[in-house]
Design a protein around this ligand. Structure first.
Ligand code: J2J
Length: 538
């Protein structure tokens, strides 16, 4: 098995420890300590269940024993694909206690993605909910298992059929848990996937716990806070910015929303006294609209975080007047760096910028395409390095060569400018992906699927501005032979068993890409031209 590692050079690791960012905290120690400290306080509310911190620990211990009794060994990787249900937490903390390594998948992922994650991570187990949102994950597990020979175990929360039933896991007092090394990799997060298939992001106890501990402070979390998980729990934003881990860190209550729609979330806010939650911009717009005719009391809400994609100033301005709470813009990435507007920033900064980094030791460079720093205030490519930003992806030398500089800066692919006060304003991005309502879609990956269709000669996928989604995907397709119909091509994409959000929103058939310019045109250039032409014709 390829070892999991996150190679911070010793001089950096020493510096981050000396500065007090990395304190040797680990997930298992954290859970045990909080259970001791906040024992009878409510930790988790969701799906008609309500667990105290003590119960969370007990359930995690049962899960840990169950996973180990399957024959898994510390260091083994387990793909976790669960919706926003309390078992998400007992599973994940159980894996941490057993020193097993969660690989987070979103509920929207399908066979193609799960097989890729399982293979890349060399996973030996996969845990799903039986069904969710009308989809049967046991069927998915069957096909994944048939394609990944080393995936020996499937565990199901709910009716398990031929698989292992999570409910059958039992505590085994004979099993003891050793402490993990704080600098070891705790889990693998999934990258937004700007080129090709998603990459796996190894995060250590040290670096990740620092990021949400510091975030909890920036976001003003206390044990009286109530954090609503509106976005899918596997996403880095609700996980750590400050997310539910930040909430658990301070002994707060975490409420799981099964869906982020106002119809579901508003009653939960009223009932549980939610104080803070995080949304992507299209959801924030929906909430703002619904809040104008609201029937529920949302007065407990103190902070609405918005991130994942650019929240436009005109929309940002409306948050305080309509919801009566503070907006916090969050510009983060699963690879590390997270920027926040601060709660006491002037309204102008909150509305106009995407915040500033968590840490004074977050190094931010803004450079031109040759790697030279741009003049202050000018837009450029954002590179970053720091105490919670990875130095490399797992098992992917090609991506590492592309995405990191020689001296360890992560090339975010984002184009930003920095204000005189050190706040970042996102201008766009250098890489070709579509940010569809915060879900990142790789143009390469979708083109590759379309090219597998016998009647597709060539395809180029671009992002088109969309009032609601922020961006939608548009595929330009040159047919060959009989021209396929748009809906048939979409159905074909679905038959490739990819997450539904990757199916192009729009398909435009063209006879050729009309490349009159001499010489070779890169795909990037081609996409840019098609996009410009399309927008000019609107
Ligand atoms: C513009 N673009 C943004 C923003 C992310 C907190 C919040 C978000 C994520 C996330 C996260 C943006 N304005 N406010 O992990 O901890 C785009 C950028 C960035 C990419 C990362 C967190 N906030 N983005 O969205 O790994 O392009 O993380 O590089 O999914 O989202 O995507 P992801």
């Amino acid at each position: 098995m390829i070892p999991l590692q996150q190679n911070f050079p010793a001089e950096f690791a020493d510096r981050y420890r000396a500065a007090g960012y990395w304190r040797g905290e680990t997930f298992p120690a954290l859970l045990k300590d909080r259970a001791k400290k906040f024992g009878n306080r409510t930790a988790v509310v969701g799906a008609d269940q309500r667990w105290t911190y003590c119960e969370l620990l007990q359930r995690a211990e049962i899960a840990a024993c169950g996973f180990l009794s399957l024959g898994l060994n510390p260091g083994d990787r387990v793909v976790v694909q669960l919706p926003n249900i309390p078992e998400f937490f007992s599973v994940v903390f159980g894996l941490f206690l057993a020193r097993l390594v969660p690989v987070y998948a979103l509920p929207a992922h399908r066979q193609t993605e799960i097989v890729h994650f399982a293979m890349r991570a060399e996973a030996s187990a996969y845990i799903v909910a039986a069904t969710h949102d009308g989809f049967d994950y046991r069927e998915l597990a069957r096909s994944v298992k048939s394609q990944v020979p080393d995936l020996h175990h499937v565990v199901v929360v709910g009716e398990a059929q031929e698989f292992t039933d999570f409910c059958d896991f039992r505590l085994d007092p004979a099993i003891g848990f050793a402490q993990p090394d704080p600098s070891s990799v705790a889990f693998l997060q999934i990258s937004g996937g700007s080129t090709g298939l998603s990459k796996l992001i190894p995060r250590t106890h040290d670096d990740y716990i620092y990021s949400f501990r510091a975030s909890a402070e920036i976001c003003g979390l206390t044990e009286e806070s109530v954090y609503l998980v509106s976005l899918p729990a596997a996403h880095n934003f609700p996980m750590s910015s400050p997310g539910y881990f930040g909430a658990f860190y301070v002994g707060a209550k975490v409420v799981l929303a099964p869906s982020p729609s106002p119809e579901t979330a508003f009653p939960l806010i009223e009932r549980e006294g939610v104080t803070i939650t995080g949304l992507v911009p299209p959801l924030a717009l929906l909430w703002l609209q619904a809040a104008q005719t609201r029937k529920h009391d949302l007065s407990s809400l103190q902070v609405l975080q918005v991130g994942g994609a650019k929240f436009m100033p005109e929309s940002a301005k409306r948050v305080r007047p309509i919801l009566g709470c503070t907006l916090q813009q969050v510009f983060g990435m699963a690879e590390g760096l997270v920027n926040y507007t601060r709660l006491d920033d002037p309204e102008e900064i909150i509305v106009e910028t995407q915040g500033r980094p968590i840490c004074p030791d977050d190094e931010v460079l803004i450079v031109d395409d040759q790697g030279n720093p741009v003049p202050e205030g000018e837009p450029g490519n954002l590179l970053t390095r720091g105490p919670y930003t990875i130095r490399g992806y797992h098992n992917d030398p090609g991506a590492n060569a592309r995405s990191f500089t020689q001296d360890g800066f992560y090339k975010t692919g984002d184009v930003v400018k920095r204000t005189a006060q050190g706040y970042l304003v996102v201008q766009g991005r250098a890489t070709d992906h579509i940010n569809r309502a915060g879900e990142k879609i790789s143009a390469d990956e979708i083109e590759d699927h379309l090219l597998a269709h016998p009647n597709v000669f060539d395809a180029a996928v671009v992002s088109i501005p969309d009032e609601f989604l922020g961006e939608r995907s548009c595929a330009f397709v040159i047919p060959q032979g009989e021209r396929p119909k748009g809906p048939a091509l979409k159905a074909f994409m679905r038959s490739r068993k990819v997450a539904d959000f990757k199916v192009p929103d729009q398909i435009v058939f063209v006879d050729s890409f009309d490349l009159t310019a001499v010489g070779k045109v890169s795909r990037k250039e081609l996409r840019a031209r098609l996009r410009a032409q399309f927008l000019a014709e609107q």
